[in-house]
Write a protein that binds this ligand. Structure first.
Ligand SMILES: [Cu+2]
Length: 730
């Protein structure tokens, strides 16, 4: 565990943020192909498990859409009723240069339409040749292998630049088989071998992925103080399993030699599925008065789901989504004086979504026949925001940042239909179609942050904020109370089915956060940082059990050991917690190198104040302790991670408790000129554990009904893995 905070002179770390720089990211990369997992050592951060490259980020107990997550300034959207396309899944870890994490209060310029923190992931900025240097050629290549799941992949990139123009290309590819839980563990028989493909008893079904290919072409032009960047990128995916969902992303070409590969899935109009395309055009200019940034981007995502062969029969429920997002921003940083900076700006996002499920014959010919099921048709979510914030350095010790912003969010969805074979679908559809479904939310946010630096060894920060998030389309508009349909609408991995609620109001959070940072003047010998926070959320979007008249049974109202159907509902919530992190330079032992100890502890608690229930997926108390040894170009880390048992579970969701555990990890890296070699042993003692944020294990079995997969198993964590990565720069 190494959280390295680095600031480049031209881009200082903003107030309230921690920056993960290239070194911290390089340390994390050997063990994961999921950019979200790069955040795991950031104080206050954790990750909801999903597919192998698609984890959902959590900051201080608030996850996913509750955070503002940007990739190269783009507010990207998921297109899937299971949020399989998490925002950070659109960028491969090998392309990530830095991540700014606002775990506590994000300034209004970094927030908007979110109630938690913000995450800003950036790829490498363009590099131009110096004056009279001629053309600058650069390249890099990397490859990795992880023994657990036989995961492997590569990345490479090349760039050519003159003084005015730069062009670069990067590509990456990764894949993994199902990973194994720890050695002596066998999944209980109930969960085994439902599938069309046998899965070993210790194998986590539907955790594999293949053919995750990212390609990006970046062009940049510089003219004195003006920079224009154009980025084109594409992501394709053959398939990706989701052990805590009832579906998988599927789109591969046929491979007759591999029974795990589903058939050729070309969806409507012969268009390949699971292709994400991005165009990002940015301008940054320095003027006498300050800095101007302008950006416009477009995302087009064709998403397709069905079931991998690990599940019961496999391939029997095609689900298609097409989403486009057009977004942009205009931001000015105006230097009012030596000590005052005013930032004003606006941003917009125009999101369109079609979510439809083509009919099938097969095992359920009667239930899913003859016409498309429209989960969301002509979905629209448009947001326009404006903000102003004022940063003042009152004197050498005090600094404040005050901001206010307004966002207007308009949501709508067109008329829907069920599979035409079953008349009962149509009752729900008719009721939905009769509603006025357009909603307009006027949201107000403000933040006040202050920093006090009395001397070189201590910094104190405090903040207070009001933040607002409007419901997403999959919270407002899924309309069917039919169990099979509701089960497909779930983006938290708890195995339950969800029914939308068009009358949901925006969530409004009031947050108080304070932190103290003590260290030696040079920040090399020791440091300790403590952050405490509390958030009160009005109209928090939680869930209630579905009963008559919406659901035609009372069974879901009382069940305590089964998957149930739920309806989204506004309630009140309260979250609070602390993050502690520290490091201590232990000293040198002669020629044997240099020793440092680091530690991290996170505690979060989330309560539903309307019902007295616990909030879902709260990471239990957890800590990491690491001993880091450096000798010349060689760095070794021994780390222990302890996680307490999770008892505070969401009763409304029948969330399953998880026992505590401790894992040991060893990491070693060697850097020599342009070469970096990493060798890790993850989970050294092959300890079995259940992931507290892993969700319900649904990776095998019939996911089409509430009882098709037995209830009560949480997705297990990875057993031992030896991870090797080699990276070369030239
Ligand atoms: Cu999906």
């Amino acid at each position: 565990m190494t959280v390295i905070v680095t600031g480049t002179p031209e881009q200082a770390v903003p107030l309230g943020a921690i920056r993960l720089g290239t070194e911290a990211i390089a340390t994390q990369r050997p063990r994961t192909s999921d950019t979200t997992r790069l955040l795991e050592d950031v104080p206050g951060a954790s990750v909801y498990s999903a597919g192998g490259i698609s984890g959902l980020p959590v900051l201080h107990g608030l996850a996913d859409d509750r955070l503002r997550v940007q990739v190269d300034g783009m507010d990207l959207m998921s297109a899937c009723p299971n949020h399989m396309n998490s925002v950070l899944s659109y960028i491969d870890p090998s392309r990530v240069e830095s991540i700014d994490v606002f775990a506590g209060i994000a300034p209004v310029s970094a927030g908007g339409d979110s109630i938690g923190g913000a995450i800003q992931v950036k790829s490498a900025p363009p590099e131009f040749a110096g004056e009279g240097e001629g053309l600058l050629f650069k390249g890099q290549a990397g490859a990795f292998y992880r023994s657990n799941g036989n995961a492997r992949g590569y990345s490479f990139g090349a760039s050519v630049a003159g003084e005015r123009a730069a062009l670069s290309y990067t590509e990456s590819n990764s894949q993994s088989d199902n990973y194994d839980a720890a050695g002596n563990f066998k999944l209980p028989g109930l969960w085994q071998n439902f599938g069309a493909r046998p899965v070993a008893p210790d194998e986590v079904g539907a955790s594999e992925y293949r053919g995750a290919r990212n390609r990006a072409l970046d062009l940049a032009f510089r003219q004195s103080d003006h920079l224009i960047e154009l980025g084109l990128s594409e992501q394709k995916l053959d398939y990706e399993g989701f052990p805590n969902q009832r579906m998988d992303m599927v789109s591969s070409a046929p491979d007759p030699n591999d029974p795990t590969v589903p058939g050729n899935y070309l969806i409507d109009k012969g268009e390949p599925a699971n292709v994400n395309r991005l165009i990002n055009l940015r301008y940054t200019g320095q003027y006498d008065w300050g800095q101007l940034e302008a950006q416009i981007f477009r995302q087009r995502l064709r998403h397709h789901m069905d079931m991998l062969q690990d599940r019961f029969n496999g391939l029997m429920m095609p689900m298609d989504t097409l989403a486009t997002t057009l977004g942009g921003q205009l931001k000015g940083s105006i230097d009012l004086s030596e000590t005052d900076t005013l930032r004003v700006g606006g941003d917009f996002q125009k999101y369109r979504l079609d979510d439809w499920w083509p009919p099938i014959g097969g095992p359920f010919p009667g239930a899913m026949c003859c016409d498309d099921f429209w989960n969301i048709r002509d979905g629209e979510r448009d947001r326009v925001g404006v903000f102003a914030e004022w940063e003042t350095r009152w004197n050498a010790d005090w600094m404040t940042l005050a901001g206010v912003r307004s966002d207007t969010v308009t949501s709508d969805a067109g008329p829907v239909q069920g599979y035409s074979s079953l008349a009962s679908y149509q009752n729900d559809a008719n009721a939905f179609n009769a509603l006025d479904r357009k909603r307009v939310d006027h949201n107000w946010d403000w933040t006040l942050l202050t920093r006090f630096t009395p001397d070189a060894t201590q910094t104190y920060e405090a903040g207070v904020a009001r933040k607002t998030r409007s419901p997403n389309l999959h919270e407002r508009y899924p309309w069917s109370s039919f169990a099979m349909a509701a089960l497909m609408n779930n983006f938290v991995g708890d195995g339950n089915g969800y029914i939308g609620n068009p009358d949901l109001k925006p969530e409004v959070a009031h947050t108080l956060s304070a932190s103290a940072d003590w260290h030696d003047a040079g920040k090399t010998e020791w440091g300790f940082k403590a952050t405490g926070y509390a958030t009160w959320v009005e109209d928090f979007i939680d869930a209630k059990r579905c009963g008559p008249p919406v659901c035609n049974t009372t069974a879901y109202l009382t069940a305590t050991n089964a998957y149930v159907l739920l309806q989204y509902v506004n309630q009140s919530a309260f979250l609070y917690g602390v993050d502690l992190s520290g490091s201590r330079h232990l000293g040198k032992t002669g020629d044997l190198g240099d020793w440092t100890a680091t530690a991290l502890l996170n505690y979060v608690r989330g309560e539903n104040r309307s019902t007295g229930d616990n909030l879902y997926h709260m990471m239990p108390l957890n800590a990491k302790l690491a001993l880091v040894h450096r000798l010349g170009r060689w760095t070794n880390t021994a780390e222990v991670q302890g996680v307490a048992a999770k008892y505070a579970v969401s009763r409304v969701r029948n969330e399953v408790a998880t026992p505590g555990y401790a894992l040991f990890n060893l990491r070693s890296s060697y850097e020599w000129k342009q070469v970096r070699l990493d060798v890790d042993v993850e989970n050294v003692f092959d300890t079995f554990y259940l992931l507290p944020l892993g969700g319900a294990y649904l990776g095998q079995g019939n996911s089409m009904t509430t009882g098709g997969v037995p209830w009560g198993m949480v997705v297990p964590g990875r057993g031992r893995s030896v991870n090797v990565a080699l990276n070369v720069r030239f």
